[in-house]
Design a protein around this ligand. Sequence first.
Ligand code: 4AD
Ligand code: MG
Length: 462
Amino acid sequence: MQRIRIKKLLSEGIAGQDISVCGWVRTKRESKGIAFIALNDGSTQDTLQLVIPETSPAFQKLSQCNTGAAIRAAGVLKESPAKGQRFEVEVVSEIEVFGDADPATYPLQKKGHTLEFMREIGHLRPRTNTFGAVLRVRNILAEAVHEFFQDRGFIWVHTPIITASDCEGAGDLFTVTTLDLEKLPKGNGSVDFSQDFFGRRAFLTVSGQLEGEFLAMALGDVYTFGPTFRAENSNTSRHLSEFWMIEPEIAFANLRDDMELAGDFFRFLCERVLEKCESEIAFLEKFYKNTSIAELKTLSEKSFVHISYSDAIKELERAKEKFEFPVKWGLDLQSEHERYLTDKVYNGPVIVTDYPQEIKAFYMRLNDDGKTVAAMDVLVPKIGEIIGGSQREERLDVLTERMRESGIPFENMAWYLDLRRYGSAPHAGFGLGFERLVQYITGMQNIRDVIPCPRAPQTIKF
Ligand code: 4AD
Ligand code: MG
């Protein structure tokens, strides 16, 4: 008989139906000649109760059905008399044990483990309720990303992972090379990358934006969704060295359009999670209390509060709170400042715009005041920045000047200036950090707990 997934069985099953299910044993208990197994197959938060009467041949296999064992069970679907579950399965025939798990050594026993401990066993943690929930929410969010943009006529473009440009100009790049590290070719005192695989120095991308821009200048509205890499030495609960980013780029658009898109996008994502992952969120709400169905509902309906950088500075200067880092017009907002705005002043997401040009990337459009740029950051409680975006500088002369000031190497960026030379148009876009989004929605406090294989300084497993 074909295996049926537990999610499907619980939603579409019919009492009396013969079924076959596969999964991993969560718990097993015996009482008065009947055994009960709680089975989970990863398709849903719920476990399926298998009821095994003493008379069933399956009863003989119980000693191999320990927590963690992989089994197949066949039986009859029954309305469950127990509270909180619709169906159970009476196992009348065999249980097939694919692989037992020794209770003396299997690390995931019944009682709750700390998230730190689970990080040590990253290959087994997806079997827990917590990580199952997070990974299913992650999946629904990824699906919703495509749904949102496809419904609006955006074209999904695939920008490269290996690139020759540093989009953010911050120098946090991983080099991609096939040079012999023991014998690096030298010329003029530095490494001669002309002898490297690509004939010049190449990197893992920090952002698909620059390539996204030339695609938007041809296809109109595009988006990327892929892995990005940053060699920042930031050992925090919100930084990864490898993370996924969603980057829409919209043609014939300004910062207002960009902000509106970001807001609609964010609300849509919250709505989809509520619609498709209610039991996952309910679980995370109950056990970790950093997310809730009610909160997501509010988020899915509420517009972002909007404040300019200059007003944010005034707000921070008025604060009674003592900050570790100085607050002054021209200085970047530190996470304590961002958190003050989101957690203390507005109690929700805030969109901050029009930052001083000195603290933002070279491609952002200079405002008429000659001091600020058309930038926006979306800040959320507890995490801080989840979206960074801007209107792009489309004027050739202004961009050239700005690149000169910022020391951006022209020889590598001629193509970028071409976009301003031939058929230039106003355009804007943003990047949403996918893991920060999953973190915010699930309420997980450490970003390493929302991606299967976290990469961070001094941290690489598998
Ligand atoms: O603000 P960032 O650096 O913006 C860009 O890369 C632009 N090129 C995006 C664009 O306009 N197309 O990064 C965007 C977002 C941040 O707001 C944050 O959510 C996430 O990417 N992010 C990180 N997430 C996890 N770990 C890190 N080390 C991150 N760095 C940035
Ligand atoms: Mg940013």
